[in-house]
Design a protein around this ligand. Structure first.
Ligand SMILES: Nc1nc2c(c(=O)[nH]1)N[C@H]1C(S)=C(S)[C@@H](COP(=O)(O)OP(=O)(O)OC[C@H]3O[C@@H](n4cnc5c(N)ncnc54)[C@H](O)[C@@H]3O)O[C@H]1N2
Ligand code: MOO
Ligand code: MG
Length: 421
């Protein structure tokens, strides 16, 4: 008799997965390899930045008190007693009406507290000795870049779980992190199942199709920040699939299969989970597409049985596999970021279950607008290339109209969100 599956709400399904403490691990990589990785520790300032007062302009370092009487009518003269480029320091203590010729980035000499830019000073020599004069006064701190103005020692500047971007690279270098603590990339094993599947380089023959899911999922895994171990495609033969899945489990953190998960005569994943002794967390979710998404666990390791239908497979990965992978990358906001958008076209279909419509959103004059990126059917491939978001149409609704406000989940975003969205 046909097995009747009980669909569970999406939130519940996500919660079941996220309760698995697949903990992230740290590894140290050279700063040169850290771009695009996720920090596994908070990034802390190891020193003040800058760690000394310095000149932000080319000019003369002076004691501001000596400039007080300077005005258009009263030119004040300074003897230039030293000459500093960036990286040089002065051993002199600057005294009354003395100045130091100083370049941008150089450390302020002891006693000085303001910088006179070249443009407002007149430089000259008297008997071979350099002098300069000014016709305006300066306050303490004028044109000085102060110790700690950029960062204070001990400050937490970036939270763990953040994607390392070029700005973070600059911080890491500034604070001397030549080895960077990053989240070890989880290893995600991948099989595509289906006797109908051809390799990409094979010619089409009647009844067979090229395997596109594994290439799509491999990219989604990488977009999430993990490593793919693709073990190839499997024919719908129980023993072959069982042995392959069993052997791969030891080598990966998470195992993903596509196809063979529904109630068809050659859908073997349910029986494979049973023979493995894995606990099925759920095998039906109240959503479209991706309703057949099945997740099981064996000894704390998660097995994702994603649908064979490409759009269902894609959505199943983003809603269920992505967050647990992001959690292993130390994210505290591992779910897709949710935003509001204005629907640009009518969407007349009824939504008996929550529907995730592959969509293209754009920002128009400060407001988000979304439109389906192609046909809304779970076997469709072509709608995926233009999808940068999933529009959420709640179960029990129908006939959305252009101009309606809808929720969308952003697929290319790094901020993420907490659950529930
Ligand atoms: N009687 C029922 N039939 C079906 C149900 C149901 O509830 N009752 N659910 C339907 C839904 S919804 C979906 S989604 C699919 C899920 O099927 P499976 O996950 O078992 O996947 P397959 O049967 O193996 O394949 C489905 C479809 O996808 C194509 N496919 C498979 N793998 C790939 C790949 N690697 N690249 C590209 N395309 C692939 C495959 O050829 C099939 O056309 O079940 C419905 N049926
Ligand atoms: O899992 Mo099926 O479409 O609900 O696409
Ligand atoms: Mg099937």
């Amino acid at each position: 008799m046909l097995e009747r599956r009980k669909p569970i709400p999406i939130g519940e399904a996500v919660k079941k997965i996220m309760s698995y403490q697949l903990s992230g691990q740290t590894e140290y990589v050279s700063i040169d390899e850290s771009y695009g990785r996720y920090l596994s520790e908070d990034l802390k300032a190891t020193s003040d930045v800058p760690h000394f007062d310095r000149a932000p302009y080319d000019g003369f370092a002076v004691r501001s008190i000596d400039t007080k009487e300077a005005s258009l009518k009263n030119e004040v003269e300074f003897k230039v007693v030293d000459h500093l480029g960036a990286g040089m320091t002065s051993s002199k203590v600057i005294s009354h009406f003395e100045a130091v010729r100083i370049m941008t980035g150089a450390m302020m000499p002891e006693g000085t507290d303001a910088v006179v830019m070249f443009e407002v000073a007149k430089a000259y020599e008297k008997n071979g000795t350099p002098f300069m004069s000014i016709k305006r006064s300066f306050n303490k701190g004028d044109n000085v870049s102060y110790r700690g103005e950029d960062a204070k020692e001990g400050e937490i500047l970036v939270k763990k779980g953040t994607l390392i971007n070029p700005g973070i690279q600059a911080m890491l270098a500034t604070f001397g992190y030549h080895q960077v603590p990053v989240a070890k990339k989880p290893i995600i094993g991948l099989f595509a199942t289906g006797t109908e599947l051809l390799e990409v380089n094979e010619e089409l023959v009647p009844g067979k199709i090229r395997n596109s899911n594994s290439h799509m999922i491999a990219a989604q895994i990488q977009r999430t920040g993990a490593i793919v171990h693709y073990y190839g495609k499997l024919p719908d033969i129980f023993d072959t699939c069982f042995t392959a899945v069993k052997n791969a489990l030891d080598k990966v953190d998470i195992l993903i299969t596509t196809g063979g998960v529904s109630v068809g005569d050659f859908d073997y994943l349910p029986a494979i989970y049973e023979k493995l002794g894995a606990e099925v967390l759920f095998n039906k979710v109240a959503m479209r597409p991706g309703s057949v998404t099945t997740v099981a666990q064996l000894d704390g390791k998660l097995l994702f049985g994603l649908s064979g239908n490409p759009s269902a497979c894609y959505v199943g990965f983003e809603l269920f596999a992505r967050p647990i992978i992001r959690k292993m990358l130390f994210s505290t906001t591992p779910h897709l970021r949710k935003e509001k958008a204005i629907l640009e076209v009518d969407f007349p279909k009824a939504n008996p279950f929550t529907r995730f419509v592959r969509s293209a959103f754009s920002i128009n004059n400060g407001s988000l607008r979304a439109t389906p990126s192609g046909l809304d059917k779970s076997n469709i491939i072509m709608s995926l290339s233009g999808a940068n978001s999933l529009m959420i149409l709640p179960g029990g609704t129908r006939s959305f109209k252009a101009g309606d406000e809808v929720d969308i989940l952003l697929l290319e975003d790094q901020v993420g969100s907490e659950w529930p969205w």
